[in-house]
Design a protein around this ligand. Structure first.
Ligand code: BG6
Length: 490
């Protein structure tokens, strides 16, 4: 197999892809014969590319570099210069790949990874077509990996999907949502369908509400160019958060087959109650971080960040109340929130069970028992816990909230594989389960469009702000508190 990384000397390759491939190599999980070719505009000799890879692995790999493993890995790495402007520009790339494959006895099965700015997806796929790199018969294998964002609205997502579909079959396309490669996210289905204790409770009869938080401590960093055009709704909700909703809410699939699972997830996306018109103002809160503190250090507000328009209205925080209009979840609110420059990096899904009846131990209206909460910690401190009520030891009957807690770190030890390791391995194996199908990407865009459109129309209202280091604006608290609930403290 040959992995061809377009954008081979970019940030994603440096921080994520090359370290992930290195770790797969250390674990002996890569196919025995493989070549990895970075492709980019810069003239880069193979030796310099190997240094670039080594630097990325040294800085970002979850495991320290081992000199012996590195030597064998380095021998698999190549770099090919290619530009995208002009006719037949990929012919030299094809010629070099043929030589590399011939020398290594590789059959020409290839994975093309677009680690590129989205504007280059369509031109690159067209060049692959012109260079006749892809056939749809599957012999030799040709697979395409595309990173998010797939478009910035429904129309542009369709245009990207159409252009790709003109060259690759849907079964050859792997759209990455790296959240689906996280161990804890994969564990959601295991937790639900490999235990008999939880699944019977996952419905409107027992669940009061669900909260999903994806909080980041970092600000926009060096990504203003992209983020200014995106904002939190496009960047996090349309993809990662709706995927989490789908996994928590989906029906049991009848098989662990890629399309059976993806069909069930799609059902959830299609059952989301549309939020339209005035309901948007009542159910969706957006905000932007102002100057504040990160771990006691003063940090600038979003509008003062490098590359950000000083009048920017891009949201760095969004909170929503959403409903899934199907039999299982009718009437159960799902509260979602995500933001940059929040007090800490913490992602968690919590399922809040209904209160016990107000009798016996819960008879005192002034001291209601805490309802049971099942929480899945996606990161950091991966694991899950169940909040239950227990008797406080002593002569009186006093009920105290306690936790049953499972931590990946202490139970399994070591570091879990990075999302990209798992995802790359799945593409090599040809398993699309953890990748986004076209219909899901477009269903998610269809659902967020009315919100984006309303926001685009209301350009004069002031945008709520929150100081960096706070849990979002007061409006986010009110969104939940107005229903008699509150955000879980993380
Ligand atoms: C990316 C977003 O998809 O996910 C980033 O574009 C965000 O803005 C990142 O920071 C978060 O990923 P993780 O794995 O660090 O939670």
């Amino acid at each position: 197999m040959t992995i061809v990384i377009f954008g081979g000397n970019g940030d994603l390759a440096h921080r994520k892809l090359l370290p992930a491939l290195y770790n797969l190599h250390v674990d002996g999980l890569l196919p025995p014969r493989i070549a990895i070719a970075g492709v980019g505009r810069k003239d880069t000799p193979d030796a310099a590319y190997r240094e670039f890879a080594k630097d990325g692995i040294t800085k970002f790999s979850r495991r320290p570099i081992d000199e012996q493993a590195w030597q064998t890995f380095a021998a698999m790495l190549f770099f090919v210069k290619a530009s995208l402007d002009g006719e037949q520009v990929l012919a030299p790339l094809g010629a070099r790949l043929d030589i590399i494959e011939h020398e290594r006895g590789l059959p020409g099965d290839r994975i093309y990874y677009f680690a590129l700015p989205p504007a280059l997806f369509v031109p690159t796929v067209k060049q692959l077509d012109r260079a006749r790199f892809v056939n749809r018969t599957g012999d030799p294998v040709a697979r395409l990996i595309v990173e998010k964002p797939i478009g910035r609205d429904l129309d542009s997502a369709r245009a990207v999907n159409d252009a790709i579909a003109g060259v690759f079959d849907e079964r050859q396309i792997y759209r990455i949502d790296h959240y689906l490669g996280k161990e804890t996210v994969q564990n959601i289905l295991v937790m639900r369908f490999a235990n008999s204790i939880f699944e019977p409770l996952f419905n409107q009869k027992y669940v009061d509400h669900v909260q999903i938080t994806v909080a980041e401590e970092e600000g926009v960093g060096t990504r203003a160019g992209y983020y200014e055009q995106a904002g939190a709704l496009r960047d996090m909700v349309q993809n990662h958060m709706l995927q989490l909703v789908a996994l928590v809410a989906m029906e049991p699939p009848h098989a662990l087959d890629a399309d059976v699972i993806r069909d069930e997830k799609l059902e959830v996306l299609e059952s989301l109650r549309p939020i339209e018109g005035a309901a948007i103002d009542a159910n969706v809160v957006r905000a932007q971080y102002a100057a504040g503190f990160d771990l006691g250090k003063p940090v600038p507000g979003y509008r003062e960040e490098q590359g950000v328009d000083p009048c920017s209205r891009t949201e760095t925080f969004v909170a929503l109340q959403i409903f899934i209009d199907n039999w299982r979840w009718a009437g159960v609110p799902f509260f979602l929130r995500t933001g940059k420059r929040l007090p800490k990096r913490a992602s968690e899904i919590s399922v809040h069970l209904k209160e016990v009846p107000p009798i016996l131990f819960n008879a005192n209206p002034a001291a209601r028992l805490d309802p049971n909460v099942l929480s899945v910690r996606i990161q950091p401190d991966e694991g899950f816990s169940l909040g239950i009520s227990s008797k406080l030891p002593g002569p009186h009957v006093r009920v105290y909230p306690v936790k049953m807690d499972f931590h990946y770190g202490s139970t399994f030890g070591g570091s879990s594989p990075e999302a990209y390791e798992r995802l790359l391995l799945d593409v090599i194996a040809g398993d699309p389960t953890l990748f986004m199908r076209r219909d899901a990407v477009e269903a998610a865009w269809r659902w967020v469009m009315p919100i984006l459109e309303r926001w685009a129309e209301t350009t004069t209202d002031s945008l709520p702000a929150y100081p960096a280091g706070d849990w979002g604006p007061v409006e986010a608290g009110q969104l939940v508190e107005s229903t008699g609930r509150r955000w879980r403290a993380l």
